[in-house]
Design a protein around this ligand. Structure first.
Ligand SMILES: Nc1ncnc2c1ncn2[C@@H]1O[C@H](COP(=O)(O)OP(=O)(O)OP(=O)(O)O)[C@@H](O)[C@H]1O
Ligand SMILES: [Mg+2]
Length: 236
């Protein structure tokens, strides 16, 4: 099976080598746990180390904030952008305010993303964050929408990370109780000050590590320590 290396120190080891190619993987965690950094680092490494173009779709931040965030780690994303290895696409959910033709409009947005994917021949895709859908839909519609979204993403041929902001319960991996079931994998991030950790909750098609591990956000981005375990009771 082909695997996609995240290039994030320590993480691929927990995944027996990397994410199975073509997967949709949820990066779940509370606010400030490092979801956006992990997702951007995945794309940055893809472009820089593995020659794989990546597209970052933001549903919440503006394009400049994302770029600024990445540059704080001295990641030269401008150079990657110039080489056609990286791009940021802002998907505005404003169209959802008028709740008619919702499905049609969502499909139009997905068509736009598909065009962006094609234009740089993206192999890696990030959707940050799926939690924004919650502001525009009732739960039942949201579930259908997330099913459709992940289904459609599969047709893009990318290996995709979707972020989801969860509440501070360590056993809850989605904001709407459905995301974790419609994806192939879940990476859970925790921050119980001062300790950060990462846990591979599920990953279809591969064996993977079963313990939470220390995670640090350093000047060079996220570093996971696969050798040390964090005990569950230490996570709040
Ligand atoms: N350059 C940096 N060096 C070290 N730590 C940093 C740096 N930049 C950000 N951080 C840490 O990372 C945290 C933010 O990470 P990130 O934006 O990935 O979180 P998130 O899980 O996406 O949060 P949200 O749910 O708010 O979107 C900050 O709160 C800070 O603690
Ligand atoms: Mg974020």
């Amino acid at each position: 099976m082909e695997r996609v290396k995240t290039g994030i120190p320590g993480l691929d080891e927990l995944l027996s080598g990397g994410i199975p190619k073509g997967s949709n993987v949820l990066v779940a965690g509370g606010p400030g746990t490092g979801k956006t950094i992990l997702a951007t680092q995945y794309l940055y490494n893809g472009g820089l180390q593995y020659g794989e173009p990546g597209l970052f779709v933001t549903l919440e931040g503006n394009v400049r904030d994302i770029a600024w965030n990445m540059e704080s780690f001295q990641w030269d994303i401008k150079a990657l952008q110039d080489q056609g290895m990286f791009n940021i696409y802002r998907l505005s959910m404003e169209f959802m305010k008028d709740r008619t033709r919702v499905e049609e409009k969502l499909n139009e947005q997905l068509d736009e993303i598909a065009k962006e994917v094609e234009s740089i021949n993206a192999k890696r895709l990030v959707i940050d964050s799926t939690t924004v859908f919650g502001a525009y839909m009732e739960t039942s519609m949201l579930r259908t929408t997330l099913f459709k979204l992940t289904d459609r993403l599969k047709t893009f041929g990318c290996t995709t990370l979707l972020t989801s902001e969860t509440q501070s319960n360590k056993n809850v991996y989605s904001a709407f109780g459905v995301e974790e079931f419609v994806v192939d994998g879940v990476l859970a991030l925790y921050f119980s000050p001062p300790n950060r950790s990462l846990f591979v909750r599920k990953m279809r098609g591969t064996t993977h590590d079963k313990n939470p591990h220390p995670l640090e956000i350093t000047q060079k981005g996220i570093v996971v320590n696969p050798r040390d375990n964090i005990i569950w009771d230490a996570i709040k």
